[in-house]
Design a protein around this ligand. Structure first.
Ligand code: CUA
Length: 156
């Protein structure tokens, strides 16, 4: 069958559009479903938080001089462990997850402010240069005890 030149052009445009469309869809599916987990976004089974390391033993641990790791579990309505303490000048790598609903993690007087979602591990690091008692609180409404959901980190 002989096609007119114009018809051939239109046909090739149609085919190109289809190819572009498929590439776009493919790229979107790839970026949504197959992105490797970044360092700041780990997943965890929210029903097994208390059995999954390191959240089976929430604690502040020293990694090296002036460098600590704080593993915390947020729950309705509090944080485990209850109190944290580090020397002045320490850098603390916080690893936080939730064992129930969405909570917040804000350290008053710092720029630390993150959302804690069940099934996700949220990471943030902060260097505490000034001594004091820093209030950590939940800034996501999580139920009747929301406003009492807080803990402290003592820097001295
Ligand atoms: Cu937890 Cu509000």
């Amino acid at each position: 069958m002989h096609l007119h030149r114009l018809e051939k052009i239109w046909l090739s445009i149609g085919v190109s559009m289809l190819v572009i469309f498929l590439i776009v869809i493919g790229t979107m599916a790839f970026s949504m479903g197959m992105t490797p987990p970044s360092e700041h976004h780990h997943t965890i089974d929210p029903t097994k938080v208390t059995e999954t390391a390191p959240f089976d033993k929430p604690a502040m641990t020293q990694i090296e001089d002036m460098h600590y790791e704080a593993v915390l579990v947020a729950y309705a309505f509090g944080y485990d462990p209850q109190t944290l303490e580090v020397p002045v000048g320490s850098t603390v790598d916080f690893k936080v997850t939730s064992s129930d609903v969405v909570h917040g993690f804000e350290i008053v007087g710092t720029n630390v402010n993150m959302m804690i979602e069940p099934g996700e591990v949220s990471h943030v690091s902060h260097t505490f240069d000034k001594p004091g008692e820093y209030l950590i609180l939940c800034n996501e409404y999580c139920g009747t005890g929301h406003e009492f959901m807080k803990t402290t980190i003592v820097v001295k």
